[in-house]
Design a protein around this ligand. Structure first.
Ligand SMILES: C[S@@+](CC[C@H](N)C(=O)[O-])C[C@H]1O[C@@H](n2cnc3c(N)ncnc32)[C@H](O)[C@@H]1O
Length: 272
């Protein structure tokens, strides 16, 4: 049966969010938001209809929109994403903002657990003279991050391995990380987009979700130049724990920075 654009969108809105339906339609038909608004009576071809219906059915099963369209915007740039990487979150822009506020000169920067490369690629684009190293334990994630660096013309040195292993012997002006910090028993892991994201990007399987943050903060003094900063993203209820870990590791000038929702999201400190 022939369907118009409006009929297909209305039908989709019965099973998924109407905004998601428009994003999937734009992807399925290769059109802009403006085209959708201007052409509600356009008749869809069979293959256009089938492509859209498949995406709607997947979304109705919970598949994240970002995975279905293969990209997500971060710091006003498009990042390719897929099931090997965490979908970059707006909260993580707080890490980027905090990092940019502390960088000067030709800095050496390390992003631990780079995922899609959202933080590392953004910093490399915003500060072309810096030397940015990005690591991840997941080869699949590194492949996505490399593609994103290439797409944005960013110079980033990618290395594979667990936390500081790939940067043994190196020291930086800034270490940034958005590590897995969701506690293994957290009910959110079984809800929404998190069900489809790599478990190793979300949780460290320890009881409290702090295992990665502990390791990253404890190892930071050995990989920071004097006066260098560490900035880590953490969970909504982990600010105090991060502050204690930073103090125990000897960091000074401790900061706690809130995200756009006013929730403490980034903890940091400076090496003496
Ligand atoms: C929360 S995701 C963050 C991804 C990206 N930095 C972002 O902000 O969107 C955490 C990342 O840490 C990586 N990771 C988990 N355990 C690791 C480890 N032991 N060493 C290095 N990377 C690890 C995961 O593969 C994942 O890409």
């Amino acid at each position: 049966m022939k369907r118009t654009v409006r009929a297909a969108l209305d039908e989709a809105a019965e099973s998924i969010d109407a905004t998601d339906a428009r994003v999937l339609a734009m992807h399925a038909w290769g059109v802009s938001r403006a085209w959708l608004a201007a052409n509600p009576r356009e008749i869809l071809t069979e293959s256009q209809g089938a492509r859209f219906d498949l995406l709607v059915a997947q979304r109705a099963l919970g598949h994240p929109v970002a995975y279905l369209v293969g990209r997500r915007e971060f710091w006003s740039r498009e990042f390719a994403v897929g099931p090997d990487v965490l979908i970059p979150r707006p909260d993580t822009e707080t890490v980027v903002e905090s990092a940019l506020a502390r960088l000067s000169g030709e800095a050496r920067v390390c992003d631990l657990g780079t995922g899609s490369g959202a933080i590392a690629v953004t910093l490399a684009c915003e500060r072309r003279g810096d030397h940015v190293v990005a690591t991840d334990a997941s080869p699949g994630a590194l492949a996505v991050a490399r593609a994103n660096a290439l797409a944005h013309g960013a110079t980033v040195e990618f290395r594979e391995g667990s936390w500081y292993a790939p940067v043994a012997g190196d020291a930086f002006d800034l270490i940034v990380s958005n590590p897995p910090y969701v506690a293994a028993r957290d009910a959110h892991l079984a809800q929404g987009d998190l069900r489809f994201e790599p478990r190793g990007a979300l949780t460290d399987e320890s009881a409290d979700g702090l295992a990665s943050l502990r390791e990253i903060i404890a190892g930071a003094p050995g990989h920071l130049l004097p006066g260098g900063w560490i900035l880590v993203e953490h969970g909504y209820d982990q600010a105090d724990a991060c502050r204690s870990l930073l103090a125990a590791a000897g960091f000074r000038g401790l900061v706690s920075i809130a995200d756009l929702a006013g929730i403490p999201r980034v903890a940091g400190g400076r090496r003496e």
